[in-house]
Design a protein around this ligand. Structure first.
Ligand code: ADP
Ligand code: AMP
Length: 234
């Protein structure tokens, strides 16, 4: 029989359109607060790059801006959580769940003993489409898997030989994500986000989850401060 559950860890779901700044805010929380981040997009790109069995199944989907199946992505999340959620650190899910079905699957996962100490908080990052579009077309990321720092550079950066752009943190090459370089793929990702967003938020509102609404159009540090203010209010 399950004993009465004490929730003592928080799992933050960073929710927002591609380019809203989820990864950037997550990296700040990792650096300043010692939280742990799972970016499901990074996990997908890792499998694709290393041609794993999963990578072969999802390569086309991530390159064309379509979603990986709910069951496969949830099993990847479960696998990551089993390996990474044993300590006392708070967890950030960046890019998951993306559909109401994934949210239901996550709720089922959290009923398992291994994860029953987690309480969910939704961190919703609102940004208009035009801003997101501008951010995606200026995003550069560090190619070092251990770093993955995210930057914003003017478009002219694209005319600089790529190996001339080095990460200030680890000095590895900065690259542009393949799915940020094709306008049709960007549009597909935004369309997919808009298609699922309302049902996903309705699901979480129906479960009575805690919501933090952030104005993610503000500069990065201000978005972080908004999050800190919400944490203090709790
Ligand atoms: P997401 O993880 O939501 O797809 P990222 O964190 O990768 O978004 O950010 C997308 C781009 O926008 C990056 O180039 C990043 O440097 C930039 N960016 C992120 N947050 C902000 C912000 N608050 N203001 C301006 N630019 C931002
Ligand atoms: P992101 O890095 O979050 O922009 O995600 C990049 C790509 O990874 C997406 O366009 C999808 O193809 C895939 N992906 C990441 N997270 C999910 C998810 N929760 N569900 C389905 N596909 C995902």
């Amino acid at each position: 029989m399950k004993s009465a559950i004490t929730h003592h860890k928080t799992m933050y779901i960073f929710f927002g359109a591609p380019g809203a700044g989820k990864g950037t805010l997550a990296q700040l929380c990792v650096e300043k607060l010692g939280w742990k981040q799972l970016s499901t997009g990074e996990l997908c790109r890792y499998h694709s790059l290393h041609h794993t069995e999963i990578g072969k199944q999802i390569d086309f989907l991530i390159k064309s801006g379509k979603l990986v199946s709910d069951s496969l992505i949830t099993s990847m999340v479960e696998d990551w959580l089993l390996r990474n959620s044993k300590g006392n650190q708070e967890i950030i899910l960046d890019g998951f769940p993306r559909t109401a079905e994934q949210a239901q699957m996550l709720d089922e996962l959290l009923k398992k003993d291994a994860f029953s100490s987690f309480k969910l908080v939704i961190v919703s990052m609102a940004v208009p489409n035009a801003v997101v579009l501008q951010r995606l077309t200026h995003r550069w990321v560090c190619s070092n898997p251990a770093c993955q720092a995210i930057y914003s550079l003017p478009n002219e950066g694209q005319t600089i030989p790529s190996n001339a752009l080095r990460c200030p943190h680890c000095s590895k090459e900065l690259i542009r994500r393949q799915d940020d370089q094709n306008m049709a793929v960007i549009e597909e990702r935004l369309k997919t986000f808009n298609h699922h967003a309302q049902a996903l938020m309705n699901y979480y509102k129906s479960t009575g989850c805690t919501f933090y609404e952030l104005d993610a159009t503000k500069p990065v540090i201000e978005v972080f401060e908004q999050l800190m203010a919400k944490l203090k209010e709790r």
